[in-house]
Design a protein around this ligand. Structure first.
Ligand code: PRX
Length: 650
């Protein structure tokens, strides 16, 4: 089992109990309630989920709750509903004038949408899509910054039964191209630019480059966001604002009646191979799962103002900015921009500006903001906050305690939520009114979720012993397949143990608390972003100077992990700082700035077995500053290790 440095720093033993008045008003008030319901949900998950499912609005009720079709799970078959209808129309009845979205751009000139206004915007754009030939089961690619048009476009797709595939706006044209080629989308929605740190990023230019190599894209709809001059290709490119304002575009669009297992969206994520996988989520099970987890884990109440800092281009944004919160008629703040712009108190100011009550972010952001000092949050009141959350990577106790004391003023529980793109929603997390918290632990499984930790041979680990984190039973929000690659779904997630394999390394302590310790595969979590080492390696070797590349994670104070690349140059190239910078830029252009190697070490050779396989555990140990590489006798040339160690980048 690969070790992770996080294990060594998880030593905070204190327990933090939920404040009494929080528990009193919470949906789940204490551990007795949790345990009773949890036992029931595990004994009969189908009965549990069937009971919960009546909270959604159905056009037609399901017949079977769960069916296992040769390893592909089907939930609520024969049921019919519409996700956009559940997020909008049904809320209009009670919450017509309630604010659905508060959009804070970097400039601070905000815009808000009530549920009624949002429904109209979604309907108008749904009609535009229909006018452009988009129908049920067509794929629409969305490459937008954090602007209201992003959730509007997603919900417009959902309304007419089109499948959206959102690509994070920070990705490069190559990454966009790969995703479009795999999804075979017919239409692309993008913007003329996006803002971060006061600068404009050229989204449309990237889109143009990508679309050149994507035959399936027939039309491109462009949101006007910046003053950037862009080229519009006649007959292919259309301005969003012109289309929605055309006279014949009505502000109502009948929602398509969708089968429970019809696709809702594809979201690409990095895995162990060079190409990202399209994770497919379907209608009813996904919506129910994000609705229920959002309701109980964020203990949502009618008056809450909820601020999640994730980008909608990631699963956190899909599930806990768009579908979860809107399906329960919450008020959501979305922010386009950097946490440090114009100064490192931007999040805290946004919380004060809108009196946010719930704040959900990543450990990386917490560490980066803690580093800026307490004076920034202390200038703000933050008194509206009642609950905090984290997601994306393990949180170290130091960061947890800072968050708890300086941001939450010791009165806000912290929900450390563990989950993945594939799981659709949160699987392991405290329930804020019930669960005693241990800093660094995601605590206990959600209802209906039965996680376990296994050894290589499939037997259970002992208390506190690390192993493979698996989930024994299917749950409604789980991925249904890998887009156009069902074989990969089975191989990657079910072949090893016959139950869902998460790819994480974890342990359970004596109190039944789960501690997530990092990945067991070649996925690297950099600042909470999921990066495939094979993707970075293939980008590096595509550069003309590079013969071989191997990338591994190493511990980083702010980002949790950063990327360390070992590179063997082709003959005739000189090792230089300049070339390192060129290679960093190359990866940035190829994948996106988030995948740039922080450290690059040029090597004459890499540690390989006699059959030529690179021994990554040795490189990982070197990058992490450890000399515990294990047995090196199997190497073709063991002297390589010492040489690499000597030349290590500090
Ligand atoms: O390694 C785990 C880590 O993030 C991975 C999933 O990444 P992604 O699909 O990008 O989804 C991130 C947002 C849900 C997991 O396999 N991870 C996520 N949340 C936590 C975490 N590790 C520790 N603690 C968490 N709370």
């Amino acid at each position: 089992m690969p070790s992770n440095y996080i294990t060594s720093i998880l030593k905070e033993n204190r327990i933090f109990y939920p404040p009494k008045n929080f528990s009193k008003n919470a949906h789940i008030k204490n551990m007795r309630e949790y345990e009773k319901l949890y036992r029931r949900s595990i004994k009969n998950p189908e009965a549990f989920w069937a009971e919960r499912a009546s909270q959604l609005d159905w056009f037609k009720k399901w017949k079977t709750v769960l069916r296992n079709n040769k390893g592909f799970f089907k939930w609520f078959e024969h049921g019919q509903l519409n996700a956009a209808y559940n997020c909008l129309d049904r809320n209009i009845k009670k919450n017509k004038d309630k604010t659905a979205l508060i959009w804070e751009p970097e400039s601070g000139k905000n815009k808000t949408y009530t549920y009624e206004q949002l429904l109209k915007e979604v309907c108008k754009f749904a009609n535009v899509l229909k006018n452009h030939g988009i129908r049920k089961s067509h794929v629409v690619e969305i490459y937008l910054p954090m602007i209201p048009e992003l959730p509007i476009a997603m919900l417009a797709c959902a309304r007419i039964g089109a499948i959206h595939s959102v690509v994070f706006g920070g990705y490069s044209s190559d990454a966009l191209k790969d995703r479009i080629q795999d999804s075979k989308a017919e239409l692309l929605i993008t913007a003329d630019g996006s803002f971060r740190n006061g600068k404009i990023y050229p989204l449309k230019d990237n889109a143009d480059k990508a679309v050149k190599e994507c035959q399936t894209i027939k039309k491109v709809i462009v949101v006007k966001r910046s003053s950037k001059k862009i080229k519009m290709k006649k007959g292919r490119d259309y301005w969003y604002h012109k289309l929605i304002n055309e006279k014949h575009i009505k502000d109502f669009c009948e929602p398509e009646s969708m089968g429970s297992e019809d696709p809702l969206f594809i979201l690409y994520t990095s895995g162990t191979t060079g190409k990202p996988k399209g994770i497919l989520h379907t209608q009813a099970g996904y919506l129910l799962y994000v609705y229920q987890t959002f309701k109980w884990i964020f203990d949502i109440k009618d008056k809450d103002i909820y601020f999640c800092t994730a980008d909608i281009g990631w699963i956190t944004g899909h599930s806990y900015i768009v579908y979860g919160p809107l399906s329960i008629a919450a008020t959501v703040i979305i922010y386009e921009g950097s946490p440090l712009y114009p100064e490192p108190d931007r999040f805290w100011r946004i919380i004060d500006k809108y009196k946010a009550t719930i704040f959900y972010t990543a450990p990386t952001a917490i560490r980066a903001l803690a580093k800026e000092g307490d004076s920034w949050p202390k200038k703000c009141s933050l008194s509206s906050l009642r609950l905090l959350g984290t997601v994306g990577e393990p949180i170290n106790p130091e960061a947890w305690l800072w968050y708890y004391k300086v941001i939450g003023k010791k009165k806000c529980p912290i929900v450390d939520t563990w989950w993945q793109t594939e799981t659709g929603g949160i699987l392991i997390s405290p329930l804020p009114g019930a669960t005693p918290l241990k800093p660094g632990s995601a605590t206990k499984p959600f209802f209906g979720i039965e996680p376990d930790i296994l050894k290589e041979d499939g037997s259970k680990t002992k208390t506190d012993e690390g192993g493979y984190l698996v989930v024994r039973k299917p749950w409604p929000g789980m991925l249904r397949t890998v887009w156009r690659n069902p074989g990969k779904y089975k191989k990657k997630y079910f072949d090893k143990f016959g139950v869902y394999l998460t790819g994480d390394n974890a342990k359970i302590d004596k109190d039944g608390y789960f501690w997530i310790m990092g990945r067991t595969d070649d996925v690297i979590k950099v600042a909470g972003h999921r990066i495939g080492s094979a993707e970075v390696e293939s980008s590096l070797v595509s550069h003309k100077a590079v013969a071989e590349a191997a990338v591994v994670p190493y511990p980083h104070k702010i980002k949790g992990n950063a990327i360390y690349a070992f590179i063997v140059l082709k003959k005739g190239n000189t090792k230089s700082e300049e070339l390192k910078e060129t290679l960093r830029k190359h990866v940035s252009q190829h994948i996106g700035p988030i995948a740039k190697p922080e450290k690059i070490q040029f090597a004459d050779d890499l540690p390989k077995t006699r059959s030529g396989k690179i021994m990554r555990r040795i490189l990982k140990a070197i990058a992490q500053g450890s000399s515990e590489y294990g047995n090196i006798a199997a190497l073709a040339d063991p002297s390589v290790v010492q040489k690499l160690q000597k030349e290590k980048i500090r």
